[in-house]
Design a protein around this ligand. Structure first.
Ligand SMILES: [Zn+2]
Length: 585
């Protein structure tokens, strides 16, 4: 017992840096691609005499090593704290780099690993992200879209049918749990980041746009190899996962700034929801805080602009469409279950939204016109939103939709001699588990709480969804024996044990105390309902992300590097290796 306590104490001492130490960005043990740009920052805990500050890289003065001297701020953000900042530095040679900082009394040392790539192996890279897609969503998608008999699946998902697979660790620089911002940022930049941060190390100053930046794969692909860039999602394009491909901000909610950064970055294809932050504030439905019309700006810059599935298909088929902006809803788009079957959510307002497969088809048509190849990120982003809302059916239908989009891309690549690296990965997990089935026939007695109808072990049996349609979707989810996918992280809510057939689930509403949530009374009279007391703080109105590893599958040139246990920053490395974006390109 005493030994165990001592062990804990030692672990804490090893993992907690002394409070007075300087902070150095990029952080200790960062892996940095040769030639990739980043901002170098040293945050000193007190006011430091610049003459006494010594910063070296492998023993050489930093200004010589980086080829530029930095900006020294004696009192940063009006506080007794000094800082040194250099923008847009890069390192030309691979190897270990020891960075040492001394102010005469205190010192700190971090080590970076600088790596190069070999020659380019892939013409294109397509990164599919199932936002929050967990093993339970995957297995449920397989059961619903392939069917299962005597324990054997009747077919393989496209996302499973890949030669290479790895488990990917997802922790961020500040926490074991990531949000979609720093999760996608790790894939896009190869650097760890903090929750809410995109393409930056979150520094100590309050300005959300001044943080030390790290270059994204979209920028590298354009700058170093002239590749086209595509970003496709069914969330708002300003949302964290798509934004991480180009944006640099400590605050993912800075939508107006993110739209401006999209315009500066000029991805050749940009598609999703989120038109509200492209429209000037004078336009009804706008969420901008200024009068800039980004739709007009993109049009003036040569972009074809689509707002419906029909317009998208027409524009993508035109020979002269080389830049395409598609904005199909004011906020997030709607998922497959609502668009194709239930017509809930935003479908009444935006009835002509394309499916993710149609978006990918259009993106491939436009991007393949670019001679030098492309990098494309495709996100099925509502899996996460629905999992947060404890709406498991909608999450699973969007996992099926992701699978359809991946199959389309695989077929497309196959017809072109497999010149494309295709990766499929989640950004973080959800604590969702498939525990059995909910079986309405199990307890015929009226008024038996529905929890008594949760079939586990042999009583789970197999669900009785109708046979899937050509796209792999059963036409109904309200069957008498349906999958029971439960979350381990819960706000107070009413568990109805039933799919929500009108609109996506809304487990909570604002609570009586400020910044709290309570169970949504909308569901309290559903027969068999159970009031479920949450296990999360009252300020959390939904389920949350979880920190387990996520599954990465891959096919195509460069995919052989996907195996075993990987860190999320290594996904970036797999992509830049395939595209040969290092010095040896
Ligand atoms: Zn996410």
């Amino acid at each position: 017992m005493i030994k165990r306590v001592a062990g804990v104490a030692v672990t804490l001492a090893l993992s907690a840096a002394p409070a007075f130490a300087q902070t150095i960005y990029a952080i200790d043990r960062a892996d940095i691609l040769v030639g990739a740009k980043f901002d170098f920052k040293v945050e000193l805990p007190g006011v430091v005499d610049q003459a006494r500050l010594k910063v070296t890289l492998n023993g050489a003065d930093y200004a010589t090593a980086f080829g530029q001297s930095g900006t020294f701020t004696e009192r940063e953000a009006g506080k007794d704290q000094s800082a040194l900042l250099l923008r847009d530095v890069s390192l030309a040679r691979p190897g270990q780099v020891a960075v040492e900082v001394s102010d005469g009394t205190q010192s700190r040392k971090v080590t970076w690993t600088v790596y190069d790539t070999g020659a380019r192996k892939a013409r294109n890279v397509i990164l599919f992200i199932g936002d929050g897609m967990s093993p339970s969503h995957r297995v449920a998608a397989r059961i619903l879209s392939k069917g299962i008999a005597e324990g054997k699946s009747r077919g393989k998902l496209a996302i499973d049918d890949m030669p290479h697979m790895a488990l990917v660790a997802t922790a961020g620089s500040d926490s074991i749990i990531t949000d979609s911002a720093n999760a996608a940022s790790a894939y896009a930049t190869g650097h760890k980041a903090a929750v809410n941060a995109l393409g930056v190390y979150a520094d100590r100053t309050p300005d959300p746009l001044d943080d030390p930046r790290v270059e994204t794969i979209a920028s590298l692909a354009k700058r170093r190899a002239g590749l086209a860039v595509g970003i496709v999602t069914n969330t708002e394009v300003e949302d964290a996962t798509p934004a991480a491909m180009v944006a640099h901000t400590r605050r993912r909610a800075a939508y107006d700034a993110i739209v401006a950064q999209y315009f500066d970055a000029k991805p050749d294809v940009l598609m999703g929801g989120g038109s509200a932050n492209f429209l000037p504030q004078s336009t009804s439905g706008s969420k901008r805080k200024d009068d800039i019309d980004y739709l007009a700006r993109f049009r003036d810059a040569g972009y074809a602009v689509a707002t419906t599935a029909g317009e998208l298909a027409t524009l993508a088929a035109k020979a002269d469409t080389c830049q395409l902006l598609g904005l199909f809803a004011a906020g997030n788009m709607d998922g497959a279950l609502d668009r194709k079957f239930l017509k809930g959510g935003g479908v009444r307002k935006f009835p002509e939204q394309p499916d993710l497969t149609e978006q990918v088809q259009a993106a491939l048509a436009v991007l393949s016109k670019h001679e030098s190849g492309f990098f494309l990120m495709v996100e099925s982003g509502l899996i996460d939103k629905y999992a947060l809302l404890l709406d498991m059916e909608r999450a699973v239908y969007d996992a099926i939709m992701l699978d359809n989009a991946v199959r389309l891309a695989k077929d497309w690549a196959k017809a072109r001699n497999d010149d494309t690296l295709i990766l499929v990965v989640a950004d973080h997990n959800h604590p969702n588990s498939l525990v059995g089935t909910i079986n309405d026939d199990m307890a015929a007695t009226p008024n038996v709480p529905l929890r008594e109808r949760v079939g586990v072990y042999e009583k789970a049996g197999f669900p009785n969804y109708p046979a899937p349609d050509a796209e792999g979707y059963p036409s109904r989810v309200d069957v008498s024996r349906r999958l029971a996918i439960f979350s381990a992280s819960l706000p107070d809510h009413y568990e109805t044990f039933r799919p929500k057939l009108d609109d996506p689930n809304e487990p909570t509403v604002k609570g009586d105390q400020p910044d709290t949530f309570k169970a949504n009374d909308k569901y309290k009279d559903v027969p068999g309902v159970v009031l479920r007391f949450g296990n999360l703080p009252a300020m959390i109105g939904a389920s949350v992300h979880s920190g387990e590893d996520v599954i990465l599958t891959a096919t195509g040139p460069g995919s052989e590097r996907v195996h075993g246990s990987m860190d999320n920053t290594e996904v970036f490395r797999v992509m830049v290796e395939a595209l040969g974006l290092g010095a040896g390109k």
